[in-house]
Every structure is written in structure tokens, then in C-alpha cells.
Design a binder for this molecule. Structure first.
Ligand SMILES: O=c1[nH]c(=O)n([C@H]2C[C@H](O)[C@@H](COP(=O)(O)O)O2)cc1CO
Ligand SMILES: [Zn+2]
Length: 159
């Protein structure tokens, strides 16, 4: 029997990472994959514009006048995954390639998700990040980092 098969964590994070590749954001591509207690995927998302908003008609910039940046328009990966979900999210886990912001955190908590598994936390220490962790700690929603997937994928893809 093959022993180096992919773990559940790597598998679901891999799906999140694959979803992130759909993002049109040139700076930060985020993917999310929601999994129920039976290890079934119940929602997937990535950061993108609302349905009907043409990717080429809106800015993807980070700087400049607020209306000329992506920030007022882009839907984060987590709400996209929550809104795409097919069932109740009670006691589910969410795999995200980037630690959720405070706004996404509110939705994650309210949807009944009980654990966040993230890959990157590049905004660690920012006000949004601190607020997110404060809410998660208070609501007793667990969060943990997962890094192995990068190593695994690199070695698999180089075969
Ligand atoms: O929780 C999140 N989920 C998510 O999908 N995003 C998206 C929104 C933007 O398209 C991008 C953040 O852009 P930037 O890193 O360039 O500021 O990532 C950003 C966050 C914030 O950490
Ligand atoms: Zn967010």
C-alpha cells in the first residue's frame, strides 16, 4: 500500500489553493473550502467581483482613490464559500489560504463554522487581524496554521 498519500488537511487545503488560482486579483489570491463533520466539501470560494460585475470594468489596484481600488468591490473568498454552500455550516471547518479578516470572521462565526485552518497570516498584527482573533477566541472558534501542503505539492509536481 502507498504510504505517502495526501492527508485530509492537505487535500482540503489543496482544494482551497486550487480555487485561489481562479482569482483575478494580481496581488492576493485567496481560496476557501468548507468541509462538514463527515469530511464532505459543502462550499468553495475565491476572492472576486459580485456576479454580473465584469472583471475588466473594475479596478484591481491597491492604492489610489478608494473608488479606484479593488477594496469596495471585491467579495472575499470566505463569504463566497459560505454563500455557495449547499447545506447548514454548523460544526463545519473552513480551509483558507489566508487568515480571514474581521468581516469574514463575523460571517464564519455566525454561520456555525467551528474551526479555521489557514496557510498564511501575512496581515498578522494588523487591526483587522487582531479584531478577528479577539472574536474567534471569545466565540471559541479554533484556528490553526497548516504549511505542509506547499512542500507536498512542490515535491509532487516536480515528479
Ligand atoms: O479574509 C480575506 N479574504 C479575502 O478573500 N481577501 C482578498 C480580498 C482582496 O482581493 C485581497 C486582499 O488584497 P491585498 O492583500 O492586496 O490588500 O484578498 C482578503 C482577506 C483579508 O485578509
Ligand atoms: Zn475577509
Amino acid at each position: 500500500m502507498r504510504e505517502d498519500y495526501i492527508s485530509w488537511d492537505d487535500y482540503f487545503m489543496g482544494v482551497a489553493k486550487l480555487s485561489a488560482l481562479r482569482s483575478k486579483d494580481q496581488n492576493t489570491q485567496v481560496g476557501a473550502c468548507i468541509v462538514n463533520p463527515d469530511k464532505r466539501i459543502v462550499g468553495i470560494g475565491y476572492n472576486g467581483l459580485p456576479v454580473g460585475c465584469n472583471d475588466r470594468d473594475f479596478p484591481w489596484e491597491r492604492k489610489g482613490d478608494f473608488l479606484d481600488t479593488k477594496y469596495p468591490y471585491v467579495v472575499h473568498a470566505e463569504p463566497n464559500a459560505i454563500l455557495n454552500s449547499t447545506t447548514s455550516l454548523k460544526d463545519c471547518r473552513i480551509y483558507v489560504t489566508l487568515f480571514p479578516c474581521n468581516e469574514c470572521t463575523k460571517l464564519i462565526i455566525q454561520s456555525g463554522i467551528r474551526e479555521i485552518i489557514y496557510m498564511e497570516d501575512k496581515y498578522n498584527g494588523s487591526k483587522e487581524n487582531v479584531a478577528a482573533k479577539r472574536m474567534l477566541d471569545s466565540a471559541k472558534v479554533k484556528y490553526r496554521e497548516l504549511h505542509r501542503i506547499d512542500v507536498y505539492l512542490k515535491s509532487e509536481l516536480s515528479k
